[in-house]
Ligand binder design. Structure first.
Ligand SMILES: Cc1ncc(C[n+]2csc(CCOP(=O)(O)OP(=O)(O)O)c2C)c(N)n1
Length: 913
């Protein structure tokens, strides 16, 4: 096939695949490909191809010309975007595209010949002269929009797009009211930046200048969203243009923004340490001209580019589930990217891959790239290998619209199309706004250090409002005075607001809580001293126990599940002793019947990595799934549990976002092994640990991180508790490592029993899941609360010479030795909750023992890991020493024998004399 010159424009393996498909069933491929292959086969039969000159020799007259025209059309659709006129300030890179008549065996002599093509109909041409077809193709595909959609493997979508491009865009001409609206929003965007530039010279604001058409685009998306009955738009974006979006889209008042620039309003530090102004979030209600409302939310975000993406998606999904009863069409996420960030940050891949998964879909995201062609100082040649920064979209067959950032109406068309597409197909779509950055990375930065030539051009380039108003005037759609008037009026308004602020600056205002959070109060530290009551009634325990041990009629479990159910039944109703798994499922079930949302996701969570959870089972013959916890009683909440894609950063971010929207839900993310959590470190540092103090945002997410030294090597041993403990301050998170199922049960329920929310990080068990001593009596569930510290009940306080403080799994090794050698002179104290550390409880426990008893910290982690340095920091006056593995660069040995020797040595040292 590669002898045909025009085919070399496209991906040959893709075409080969399609051709194979076509050969087995001609209707299995899109109609334009079908025509193409028909032509190809026809030419194979009938055309003698002269080697080396790539020209057809016509053997049967006109039909070969027809073939040429078909292929011409096909090529414009497939690769026209590579030559489209989208770059406002520089020549596009030269791509080898063959789009001339001669590339298809056609010449100027053919221009007046009429061709009848079904493809022509969608252009509204029907039977048309080649001249007209050719002109239309150039106008559509080589104009201000690079339509990229022929990679999509769905005929319906391709046809839809063809129609949009070849019929709707070809004849697109917004009415006067729309034109005026575009100009108004463009004016606001331009004048706002210009005003700040002159009033706050050199202050960082990461201006939108060069990309101001972002504002009319977002305005159009939102107006179209209202018209499409969307009730909520959730936006995630970085620094670039954020202040402009806050003011001109989110309706944050100009006074608020100016006050932040004035910087003389003293914030109330009791609520946290705050964040820079271009990271803050905002929410508001927007009303369109008909009075129809939409809720707008801009999520706060850190400097870490793209990290907010999964949070926005999780938040939107929670709103869809909770607020809009699962209707994906009611809430719309918009992610605004930079060209360097979208191309470079792996999280974009993770969230794109999530887009259509049942547990994570949000019914399609509109991705909007402010493509100013530089990332800080890096030119696009160094920023990516792919042709476009948006090529990531192709992995999910997303359509991509590259649009000239100077062409306000083309941008308007793309914005409208994006909403229509998202609402119709429920999938992601990308708009790549090709623009430029008028200043340096920030306003005090010199862009000519690195791009002198480009910035000489930019310096002379008119701003997008000037470009648009000139066009309107030329077309007679506006008078020359209109833009000037708009500029003057808006500048005057801004000046009035600034005068007000100068006279009386507004006090610093933290972003208001969303209404669903108003019923909670920010954390009160004393609540950590003693946990609230979290037990359940015996009736509820038995109700959940019954559901967990009952299968529907006709369901055939595999043998192991039959056995598991028998054991569960015995635990609940005979032994009355619950395992970790029983306790966990009981916690979820008890909340579900209290009508609380429980959502859990992570890799293989339905079964559980260690095969302990089995929250869902599958029929041996039909594979039909059955979820015990969604079948406890009528009217209960359904258990939302989803096996995740193999991602940590993306999925944890998504669940964090979900929890951000649902204060009354228990939202859990589980790592396969805790060791993999560092793939999500940005989410932990920038959101989970610090959002409370930066943005005054509470969050109740639970992270289950399997942790413990069991000889499984350096990457299957440690969830790095030291890292969480290092981040622990200001009562920001809970870090726990528990030794009883009942304590885990109470901890989970406590998340919703508190009148505040805290992220909770649990070092969870692996082999301990099956440890015979890791059980709790039923009484511990029907009374009591979470125990922060558990005292020894075996040693004799009067005899005790040594107190061993520990947390988590090492307790069982110490316990074994204590009992085996009957050491009543050694007490083992378990710190079940490492942070917040319960000093009061510790003091009380310590009082039970002799003053001269030694206090040692024992851990299985190396000296430089685990809780040791944290304990030293918190409790140093009271600690006489520590026992641990030797400090090590890697968390654990890869040799099982060495592991066992080291483990034994820790126990030996702990009980020495
Ligand atoms: C994850 C991450 N790495 C590095 C940076 C530092 N940084 C700030 S802006 C920037 C360039 C961003 O370029 P682009 O995405 O094109 O957005 P633009 O500023 O051009 O709008 C970089 C590298 C960052 N903020 N986040």
């Amino acid at each position: 096939m590669d002898k045909f010159s025009y085919i070399s424009n496209a991906d040959v393996s893709f075409i080969d695949d399609l051709y194979q498909k076509y050969k087995s069933d001609p209707d299995a491929v899109d109609v334009s490909w079908k025509r193409f292959f028909e032509g190809f086969e026809f030419s194979q039969k009938n055309v003698a191809l002269k080697e080396n000159d790539n020209k057809f020799q016509d053997t049967e007259g006109i039909s070969l010309k027809e073939l040429g025209v078909r292929n011409l059309i096909h090529s414009y659709r497939s690769i026209g975007h590579l030559k489209s006129d989208t770059n406002p300030v520089r020549q596009r890179r030269k791509h080898k595209v063959l789009l001339e008549l001669t590339d298809f065996g056609l010449s100027n002599d053919d221009l007046n010949v009429e061709y009848e093509f079904e493809v022509g109909h969608s252009m509204g041409l029907g039977k048309a002269k080649l001249k007209d077809i050719f002109e239309a193709l150039k106008k559509i595909y080589l104009g201000p929009i690079g339509f990229e959609y022929m990679h999509i493997r769905n005929h319906e979508i391709i046809d839809w797009f063809k129609d949009k491009a070849e019929s709707k865009f070809l004849h697109f001409n917004p009415d006067n009211e729309e034109k005026r609206r575009i100009l108004t929003k463009l004016n606001e965007a331009v004048v706002f930046e210009n005003f700040l530039h002159t009033k706050y010279i050199g202050q960082k604001r990461f201006s939108l200048e060069g990309g101001e058409n972002t504002i009319p685009a977002l305005d159009k998306i939102i107006r179209n969203a209202i018209a499409s009955d969307i009730e909520e738009v959730v936006i995630g974006m970085a620094h670039r243009g954020r202040l402009n979006v806050l003011a001109n889209i989110m309706q944050k008042t100009y006074e608020e923004i100016f006050s932040e620039f004035e910087g003389n309003a003293v914030p109330d530090m009791t609520m946290g340490y705050g964040d820079v102004k271009y990271h803050l979030g905002y929410s508001s209600k927007y009303k369109d001209d008909d009075g129809k409302e939409i809720y707008l939310k801009l999520a706060p975000n850190p400097s870490h580019l793209e990290a907010v993406d999964p949070v926005v998606l999780g938040y939107t999904r929670a709103q869809i589930d909770d607020e809009y009863k699962g209707d994906l069409k009611k809430a719309l996420p918009i992610l605004i990217h930079g060209d360097a960030a979208i191309a470079g940050q792996g999280i974009v891949y993770e969230i794109t891959q999530m887009g259509n998964l049942p547990g994570y879909t949000t019914g399609g995201t509109i991705h909007f790239v402010i493509n100013n062609q530089v990332g800080f100082t890096t030119d696009y040649d160094d920023a990516r290998s792919s042709i476009y920064c948006t090529d990531i979209g192709k992995i999910v067959d997303a359509p991509i619209l590259h649009v000239n950032g100077d062409d306000a109406e083309a941008v308007n068309f793309c914005a409208q199309l994006a909403v229509e597409y998202r609402q119709k197909f429920g999938k992601d779509i990308f708009i790549d706004l090709l623009c430029y950055r008028r200043h340096g990375h920030n306003e005090s930065d010199e862009p000519k250090f690195t791009q002198p030539k480009l910035y000489n051009v930019i310096a002379k380039h008119p701003n997008p409002r000037e470009v648009y108003s000139k066009r309107l005037v030329e077309k007679g759609d506006a008078d020359a005075e209109m833009a000037k008037r708009m500029d003057k009026e808006f500048r005057g308004l801004l000046q009035d607001r600034l005068n007000l602020v100068k006279q009386k600056p507004l006090p610093y205002q933290a972003q208001k809580m969303e209404t669903e959070w108003e019923q909670l109060t920010p954390s009160v530290p004393s609540d950590f001293d003693k946990s609230p009551e979290t037990s359940i009634s015996i009736d509820n325990l038995e109700k959940v126990g019954k559901a967990l041990t009952t299968l529907p009629k006709g369901f055939k479990p595999i043998k192991q599940i039959e056995k598991l159910i028998k054991e569960r039944k015995a635990n609940f109703f005979e032994k009355k002793m619950l395992s970790w798994a029983d306790a966990e499922l009981l916690a979820y079930g008890s909340l579900l019947i209290e009508n609380k949302i429980v959502r859990m996701s992570g890799q293989d969570v339905k079964r559980g990595t260690f095969s302990h959870r089995h929250s869902m089972v599958f029929d041996a013959e039909t594979n039909q799934p059955y979820g015990f916890l969604s079948n406890i009683e009528k009217g209960q909440q359904e258990f939302k549990i989803y096996n995740s894609l193999l991602s940590e950063f993306g999925v944890l971010g998504f669940e964090y976002g979900y929890a951000m929207a649902t204060p009354m839900a228990l939202v859990i993310w589980e790592a396969q092994f805790g060791d993999f959590v560092n793939g999500a470190q940005v989410m932990i540092d920038q959101f989970i640990a610090s959002a409370g103090t930066k943005w005054q945002r509470m969050n109740g997410i639970v992270m289950l991180l399997p942790h413990g030294y069991e000889g499984q090597g350096p990457d299957h041993s440690s969830a790095r508790p030291e890292r969480f403990l290092e981040l622990a301050a200001d009562y920001n998170i809970v870090v726990a490592n528990m030794t009883t199922p009942a304590n885990f049960f109470h901890l989970l329920r406590r998340q919703l029993a508190w009148n505040f929310r805290k992220p909770c990080i649990v070092m969870s068990p692996k082999s301990l899941l099956r440890h015979p001593e890791m059980i709790s009596p039923v009484e511990d569930f029907i009374q009591g609360r979470f125990k922060e510290i558990i005292d020894d009940d075996y040693a004799d306080p009067k005899k005790v010479k040594k107190l061993l403080l520990c947390t988590g799994k090492i307790y069982f090794d110490l316990l074994h030795e204590q009992r085996k050698s009957k050491r009543t002179d050694v007490a083992i104290i378990r710190i079940e909750q490492l942070f917040p550390f319960s000093f009061n409880q510790m003091i009380e426990i310590r009082r039970r023992y002799k003053r001269n008893a030694k206090v040692l910290w024992v851990q299985e982690e190396p000296e430089n890991m685990g809780a040791w340095t944290y304990i030293l920091r918190k409790y140093h006056q009271k600690i006489d020493g520590g026992i641990f593995r030797a400090a090590s660069a890697s968390p654990a040995t890869g040799f099982s024998k060495i592991h066992h020797e080291e483990q034994q040595e820790i126990v030996n040292k702990a009980f020495k004399d």
